[in-house]
Write a protein that binds this ligand. Structure first.
Ligand SMILES: [Fe+2]
Ligand SMILES: [Fe+2]
Length: 259
């Protein structure tokens, strides 16, 4: 859905996100992102980030929520996207027709909130795969071919702090998901005015779904926890802020301060 957002719509989407995040994107990152030579890496990394967002949501529901057959249907759903991205197999134009899940997801237990996790994550995967396709479309229009690239330190830098016992691990992964979505949303809005107009409009069109993804992750994290998660949210918030503000030699969509 790419309905035009008004200035007020954008502000109301970004207000909770900017108070959730502990810092704004530094001016130096924006300066670097504005340079035309940064565009290929931004687009390629963005595309891979959309796939990774779909993959981590899929891993969450396979690990925590669905039975084995449902898990296999999820793997099959993402496979053509992974083949294209990691093995350079297939034509990207065929990917749009693969974005459907043909099997009803069966929860593996009656654990509270399993169904809600499944429903939110299945919608999220569908949207991320659609974004993935949209990035390829716009890259094509801008004359930028897909090429493999290394992954940035950002997601790894957050996930390395995930606790190793349950349900703490699940709660932490959900909080990390909320930060990644929120930062993406903040960055799309921040660079939209400085890039090619079509690309800027595309970035703005992503704000609504990415803002909802951030909120869904946060809501789920609190639902799976018996305690208030604010301390844990602040803990990850500080790590996330450092990843954004500390010097980073590897310019990417989620990179830190360019050096
Ligand atoms: Fe997305
Ligand atoms: Fe998202």
């Amino acid at each position: 859905m790419s309905h035009r957002l008004s200035h007020d719509d954008i502000e109301s989407l970004l207000t909770p996100i900017n108070s959730f995040l502990q810092c704004r994107t530094p001016e130096a990152w924006l300066e670097r992102a504005k340079q035309p030579e940064s565009l290929p890496v931004l687009l390629r990394d963005h595309m891979v980030c959309e796939l990774k967002a779909a993959q981590s949501a899929m891993l969450l529901i396979r690990r925590y929520a669905v039975d084995e057959d449902s898990g296999n249907a999820l793997l099959a759903w993402l496979k053509p996207y992974e083949d294209f991205t990691y093995r350079m197999v297939g034509d990207w134009r065929d990917l749009a027709q693969h974005n459907r899940l043909n099997k009803r997801m069966v929860p593996k237990s009656d654990r509270p909130y399993s169904q809600e996790l499944i429903d939110k994550m299945v919608l999220l995967i569908k949207e991320e795969l659609h974004h993935f396709y949209q990035v390829l479309e716009i890259a094509q229009q801008l004359g930028i071919d897909y090429d493999k690239l290394t992954s940035s330190r950002y997601a790894r830098g957050l996930l390395t702090h995930v606790r190793t016992y349950e349900p703490a691990a699940l709660i932490d992964k959900l909080i990390c998901g909320a930060y990644i979505e929120a930062r993406s949303c903040e960055r799309f809005a921040a660079i939209a005015p400085y890039v090619d107009e079509r690309l800027g409009q595309f970035y703005v069109s992503l704000l609504r779904s990415e803002a909802r993804h951030y909120q869904d992750y946060l809501t789920l994290a609190q639902q799976f926890s018996d305690e208030d998660i604010s301390d844990r949210v602040n803990f990850f918030g500080a790590i996330e802020r450092d990843l954004i503000l500390q010097p980073d030699t590897d310019f990417k969509f989620h990179s830190g301060l360019p050096v």
